[in-house]
Design a binder for this molecule. Structure first.
Ligand code: MN
Length: 716
């Protein structure tokens, strides 16, 4: 266990002005508070906060963070309170400890939605202070290092999975590669021990066969670079088992094919030296095509910068090389933690910009959280966003937008601005018109075409990949639906009141709010449109003296309310009306009588009056509502319908049927056939017609064909 003076020495080593007395006070306080508590390993509990603090000294964090690490379990596991911590250590530290405690509580709850909800609150709370998250990561790292002491396999499994899903990607997003690698490896050891063992065994064989190859290759690189006048440090390392495993899985290749067993970091002083070193390496050793990435000119979202390349290096071994300056190297190791240090230093205008950039993903997350609806939705997005690789795209003005792999132009539009997403109608990728559902590739230039008349389409939700786009689309559709439902609700209420001989003015409707426990008129009307409240309830609440007959039969319904034969709702049939739609496979056509069924959450579902599937609503009279077509006879609009045709199995039968339908100005949208017996076919034909008259003409013409033996409409 690390001793008090060791911890203080480490902090003073990088921060001579650190508040030594405060660290000592926290050390003693935490030790007293945890008292005789024990870890699963049998160690005194207090060894844990010390180790967590130690991990954070590797990231060179400030005194407050180190003190927070020492105190991080005192609220959760001992009698310590916020008040006490505030009194003893100040409000800043007390709030940091409180933040860590909140996340710890999430780990203790098993219910999924609770977890996401708390995670959400936590992220919001700590968005002002990234140090909370750094302490939590260090806490998780130490718990993973000691995971094998936990006796329950289920618990070990859960913790390892959570680490893989949430914490390792989070460390990656924050740019702290060292912690990410170690977390992944420790989780990998729990989740897939056989795979890890196999990899380690093969690696050992490989090492035995090739000696200290990492050192030899590194020295060759160094020699060549120094000979060309570059002041350089070359660091060689073997990749961790998990990162090898992931690459093998992703690219479906074997260990032998994996180029990344050896990684080398070439660390120089200036950016210019990076490109010079690259030139020298590329001159002396052949490169592996497709493996060159310049993250110096195009940094990753988390602020990471380096040049990546893969060479067929000395001894014909493939070697991955990362070239970077010393400062980039620090950022790569410490990520946000490094920015945290730079932020405090003077003359850091350039660094401040980088720092702000690092937080873009965090801000996006928070924006989504503030508008999002369900916690599960959030957790799903968090996981997706963290896991995906990224693609870099550009706006026509050269603005760089980073998106998860698989992102579409709609994601791009929302990433630039919510307004741009909401109003996008089309796009050009690299100057060519492309569908909005296209998948973007690295380096694409994306131009979004907008129209103020556009609203997000529900179909977009099916192909966007970013949480930001998805929640913006859902939000917008939710709003449009509310408006549609309210409009529909007002129409229904008005007709119901008129049928009862009453007026439905706003002031009268307001009287219904109280009795129905509604606070807002639009919300009440929208609930009527959405069918979670009936117009009869509104009528009864506004006029309590009226006794509205409660009916349960369809016939009874016809005697009051909307069923008086008064047409309440007009169906234009555009099919885009969010508050009403046609029942599946019933194919109502203009010219035939239709009826609406109020369906909670969906509004009005339209059926032809003789649809067989209507029978299920017979006992539910209050849900029936009179509707009528409102389609001008000269409208160009067509409606889908379905025919069942039995025809002779002769050469040319299908051709005759199809050309007849075409002659009548209709279009076949789908067709399937089954042979009934050797002489006859059963055909199911989906076609578009203008109205019932149009369909009737087609049906009698089909009946007139000698090969056709029967024609009937098909519907549920
Ligand atoms: Mn802890």
């Amino acid at each position: 266990m690390m001793r008090q003076y060791e911890l203080v020495d480490r902090v003073l080593g990088y921060d001579p002005k650190a508040d030594e007395a405060l660290i000592n006070r926290a050390y003693v306080y935490a030790m007293k508070q945890h008292g005789s508590q024990k870890r699963a390993s049998g160690d005194p509990y207090f060894s844990h906060p010390i180790e967590v603090a130690g991990i954070l000294t590797d990231l060179k964090l400030d005194t407050s963070t180190i003190v927070t690490a020492l105190l991080h379990d005192t609220i959760e596991d001992t009698g310590a309170t916020m008040d006490e911590l505030t009194r003893l250590f100040g409000a800043e530290i007390a709030q940091l400890v409180d933040g860590v405690t909140k996340l710890t509580r999430i780990e203790l709850t098993s219910e999924r939605s609770k977890q996401a909800e708390n995670f959400r609150k936590f992220l919001l709370a700590m968005s002002n202070d990234i140090r909370v998250l750094l302490v939590k990561l260090a806490d998780r790292l130490h718990n993973m290092r000691t995971l094998h002491f936990i006796p329950s396999p289920e618990k070990r499994q859960r913790i390892a999975q959570e680490t893989m899903d949430i914490y390792a990607p989070l460390a990656g997003r924050m740019g702290i590669q060292e912690i990410r690698d170690e977390l992944e490896d420790l989780a990998f050891a729990q989740l897939n021990p056989e795979a890890r063992e196999t990899l380690l065994k093969r690696l050992n064989e490989f090492r035995a066969a090739s000696g200290d190859i990492v050192k030899r290759i590194g020295e060759s690189f160094q020699k060549e670079l120094v000979a060309n006048g570059i002041d350089v440090e070359v660091v060689g390392r073997e990749k961790r088992p998990y990162s090898m495993w992931r690459k093998m899985e992703r690219r479906s290749i074997s260990l032998e094919q994996l180029s990344d067993i050896f990684g080398f970091r070439v660390i120089v002083d200036e950016i210019a030296d990076c490109y010079k070193a690259l030139g020298i390496l590329h001159t002396h050793w052949p490169t592996v095509p497709g493996r060159f990435k310049d993250y110096i000119s195009t940094p990753k979202n988390n602020g990471y910068r380096s040049i990546h390349t893969t060479l067929i290096g000395p001894e014909k071994k493939r070697a991955e090389v990362q070239i970077r300056t010393r400062k980039m190297h620090e950022v790569a190791d410490y990520g946000i933690a490094a920015h945290w240090l730079y932020k405090e230093k003077p003359g850091g205008a350039e660094n401040a910009g980088e720092f702000a950039n690092t937080f873009i993903w965090l801000r996006q997350l928070i924006e989504m959280l503030e508008h999002g609806s369900s916690p599960e939705e959030f957790l799903e997005h968090t996981k997706l966003q963290m896991f995906s690789d990224q693609v870099f795209c550009f706006s026509p003005k050269g603005l760089l937008i980073t998106l998860p792999r698989g992102a579409t132009p709609v994601d791009f539009a929302y990433a630039v601005h919510t307004d741009i997403g909401d109003t996008c109608v089309g796009c050009k990728i690299n100057g060519r018109h492309m569908p909005l559902r296209s998948t973007l590739e690295n380096g694409d230039e994306v131009e979004i075409i907008r129209s103020q008349a556009q609203r997000p389409s529900p179909a977009w939700e099916g192909f966007v990949t970013t949480g930001k786009a998805r929640s913006a689309i859902r939000r917008s559709i939710r709003m449009s639906k509310q408006i549609e439902f309210a409009r529909l609700g007002r129409q229904i209420v008005k007709a119901t009141f008129e049928a009862a001989g009453k007026e439905a003015t706003d002031s009268i409707l307001e009287r219904a709010l109280g009795p129905l426990h509604q606070s807002d008129m639009n919300e009440m009307l929208s609930r009527v449109g959405e069918a979670t409240l009936t117009a009869e309830q509104v009528l009864a609440a506004a006029y309590p003296e009226l006794t509205v007959r409660k009916t349960s039969s369809r016939k009874g319904k016809k005697l009051n309310g909307a069923g008086t034969g008064t047409t309440v709702i007009h169906v234009s049939g555009r099919g885009q009306d969010l508050a009403m739609h046609f029942a599946d496979e019933t194919f109502p056509l203009p010219g035939e009588r239709i009826v609406g069924i109020m369906t909670p959450g969906e509004g009005i579902v339209i059926y032809p009056i003789d649809a067989p599937s209507l029978a299920e609503f017979d006992g539910d009279g209050l849900r029936w509502i009179d509707v009528a077509w409102d389609v001008p006879s000269d409208a160009p609009q067509m409606f889908p319908t379905r025919l069942r045709v039995t025809a002779k199995n002769e050469v040319g039968t299908l051709g005759n049927v199809a050309s007849l339908i075409a002659d009548y100005g209709s279009n076949i949208s789908n067709l399937s056939m089954a042979q009934r017996d050797s002489d006859f076919y059963d055909m199911q034909i989906d076609l578009d017609v203008r109205d019932l008259k149009h369909l009737t003409r087609i049906m009698s013409a089909l009946n007139g064909l000698s090969v056709v033996s029967s024609v009937a409409r098909s519907r549920r």
